[in-house]
Design a protein around this ligand. Structure first.
Ligand SMILES: Cc1ncc(C[n+]2csc(CCOP(=O)(O)OP(=O)(O)O)c2C)c(N)n1
Length: 667
């Protein structure tokens, strides 16, 4: 630490804090500072790759963490080393994490502070900053539902408050009165952007009023003010769950990360804030009040430096990770042992929509920890009435109407999963998933691979065209997700499959996108077992058998293929209904194509980049010698899906399929 430039620049008030805690706060404050100073040296020596400095802001992370119980979850940011050290994570594990060694927390798969650990109740950030705010809501919701009396605390910088996630998360927390403390570290700059270019209100704390939320402004450099305020807030939240926004005024004394420099910061700002250094001022205060002697100070520092060096040795001497493809591939999904629940003899003819509703209802009866969330799903029963009557049966806590905030609700699902609960999120229309896209592809999909945290969320996606609903209520956007490792994608075409696959999707601890074609909802009927049963994911159905050609399809397009064959009885085809797209049942495809020698895919989405293209490529790679003709892909036009019937009919591939099928057969 540099020589002291600060004397009595911060007003400390130790009311209600015993001497032991006062000293412990100091020790915890000192530790991240000393670690950082060492890291900056290692960075200059090229021994670590990147460093996001929190020097000058330590009092916030340390004061907040020390004010919480160890059983309370914390969701920190990249400048919050003090959270990790105050929760007493062994330093060798932290260092190993930063060096990408296997005794870190992500097996070299993610860097710096991007990790979580259930052992220490810490859930680290993803680079996108905002999503963890909604994840905190989910954890807090679980604790409220289970009456756990816990407080969830989440951090963001002032830059991150400009993201939609911030607004969505605060709104949901307030509407649902969740026990969350939103900590905004206002440190003057978001990378190089000063606060004047980031927001146009006096204080970020003022925004709380708009959400109907309590808020406070705290001197983030004053460890005792941070600690006392958070204790006071947690006491009140534990008695009566509610969210609180706290804005900590502080300053970032280094660049955004070390390499990016600080040229854009006026020197007088540094001078001003240097005088308010949180460590030096507090040290001075403790010494002035006879609580800290020079000897104690020296011993404390020596102990920390010793611990630091010893643990650095351990992590530096740990071997580098040796890449192993199988290990990596096996860690994308949490392993799930499919449990078959057999169907009863008793069957009833139901519509596609009823089968989904039944599967959902019976899953709710089976899993006490399952929550359903979505817009208008409670009293109103959902846009398509799939959850009609659920509110009466399961109550308002488990059948949750949400504000219009797809990102936050997906994030809440993630948070519930972190807290050990399951959720189903209903997108009112699958098209609107784009508003929740980021947390699905970046948070849910990557969480298990990154730090072994399952994302036990099913996202229901009413989708598809043929209903003259235009470009924003008709899309079938499965290709956005089939390309993302970590997600499972289910797309049934029949009521029986829809029910059995939905129950399995809910049992599966991995994130599942469950596509439900709207045109099938009320048009397709089938005899479906009345009991709760399951069907395995990753198994296609061979609907018809024939030697002429293999037709591969899914969703509503399966019915178009069957209609075409009904009208052309002379064509003998294997018809494969994929049922799930991820995992994909390639074996059933290959066996059939090797038999027929011809393959045609029928996909409702527009052609380019759809799953049919990959299926075509897979057939070329695995069945080339068996093919008598090139694989044919039939799909929608390369335009957005239009509104009026004539245009939509032209867009969809249904009417082109017969010709293309015949062309292929005569090749
Ligand atoms: C969605 C997104 N946009 C941009 C970035 C690049 N980025 C990383 S940190 C950062 C600044 C964040 O500022 P702030 O939230 O104030 O936190 P601070 O770094 O100041 O602590 C930016 C622009 C990002 N990580 N994610």
């Amino acid at each position: 630490m540099s020589a002291s430039t600060s004397l009595e620049n911060i007003d400390y008030n130790n009311e209600g804090i015993d001497n032991e805690t006062l000293l412990s706060l100091y020790k915890n404050l000192l530790k991240p500072r000393l670690i950082e100073e060492k890291m900056l040296i290692l960075l200059r020596q090229g021994k670590i790759s990147k460093w996001f400095s929190g020097i000058g802001q330590e009092a916030i992370a340390v004061g907040v963490t020390m004010a919480l119980e160890k059983s309370d979850y914390i969701l920190p940011m990249h400048r919050n080393l003090g959270v990790f050290t105050s929760r007493e994570i062994p330093l060798n594990r932290l260092f190993a994490q930063w060096q990408g060694k296997s005794s870190g927390f992500t097996k070299g798969r993610d860097r710096s502070f991007h990790f979580g650990t259930q052992d220490y109740k810490i859930v680290g950030m993803i680079s996108h900053l905002g999503p963890q705010l909604g994840v905190a809501d989910g954890i807090a919701l679980a604790s409220k539902l289970k009456n756990k009396n816990q407080v969830t605390t989440v951090f963001t910088g002032e830059g991150g408050t400009s993201e939609g996630d911030f607004h969505e998360a605060l709104n949901v927390a307030s509407v649902w009165q969740l026990p969350v403390i939103f900590c905004v570290e206002n440190n003057g700059y978001g990378l190089s952007t000063p606060t004047s270019e980031q927001y146009n209100c006096e204080h970020i704390a003022d925004r709380a009023k708009g959400y109907g939320m309590e808020s406070y402004i705290v001197d983030g450099n004053n460890i005792l003010e941070v600690y006392s305020k958070i204790r006071e807030i947690t006491d009140s939240i534990r008695k009566n769950p509610h969210p609180v926004l706290v804005e900590f005024k502080t300053f970032r004394m280094h660049g955004h990360e070390e390499a990016s420099g600080t040229k854009y910061v006026p020197t007088d700002l540094f001078d001003f804030w240097a005088k308010k250094d949180p460590v030096e001022n507090y040290q001075f205060y403790l010494k002035e009040n006879g609580l800290l002697t020079e000897e104690m100070e020296v011993t404390m520092k020596a102990d920390i430096v010793h611990e630091l060096n010893e643990n650095l040795q351990i992590s530096f001497s740990e071997e580098q990770i040796i890449p192993n493809k199988t290990t990596e591939l096996n860690d994308v999904y949490k392993s799930f042992e499919y449990q078959e629940v057999k169907e009863n003899e008793e069957k009833k003819e139901v519509r596609f929509i009823d089968a989904i509703s039944e599967g959902l209802r019976q899953s709710m009866e089976r899993h006490d920890d399952l929550i359903i969330m979505g817009q208008d799903i409670a009293e109103y029963g959902g846009a398509f009435k799939i959850t009609d009557g659920f509110l009466e049966q399961f109550g308002k806590e488990r059948i949750r109407n949400t504000p219009i905030c797809e990102s936050a609700i997906v994030e809440v699902g993630m948070g519930l999963s972190i807290a050990g609960m399951k959720s189903v999120v209903e997108m009112q229309f699958g098209d609107f998933v784009s508003s929740g896209f980021n947390p699905i592809v970046n948070y849910l999909a990557k969480s298990y691979y990154r730090w072994g945290q399952q994302a036990d969320v099913v996202i229901r996606m009413p989708c598809g065209g043929g209903v003259a609903a235009g470009p924003f209520h008709s899309q079938t956007n499965e290709a956005w997700f089939t390309k993302t490792p970590g997600l499972k994608v289910v797309y049934p075409a029949f009521p029986y499959d829809a029910k059995g696959l939905l129950t399995t999707a809910i049992n599966d601890p991995n994130p599942v996108l469950f596509f439900e074609h709207k045109a099938l909802y009320r048009n397709i009927r089938q005899e479906v077992p009345t009991n709760y049963y399951t069907l395995p994911l990753g198994k296609a159905a061979l609907l018809r058998e024939g030697n002429d050609v293999t037709i591969i399809s899914f969703g509503a397009a399966v019915h178009w293929a069957l209609e075409t064959l009904d009208a052309n009885q002379d064509i003998k085809a294997d018809v494969i209904d994929l049922r799930t797209l991820q995992p994909l049942d390639t074996e059933t495809i290959f066996v059939s194509v090797r038999k027929t020698g011809r393959a045609i895919t029928l996909q409702e989405d527009s052609l380019f980049g759809g799953i049919a293209s990959d299926i075509s490529a897979l057939i070329m790679e695995h069945c080339f010698e068996y093919l008598d003709a090139p694989v044919k892909r039939v799909a929608s036009l390369e335009t957005p899906i239009p509104f009026i019937k004539q245009l939509e009919d032209q867009y969809l591939p249904k009417n082109r399929f017969e010709t293309e099928l015949k062309n292929l057969l005569s090749y």
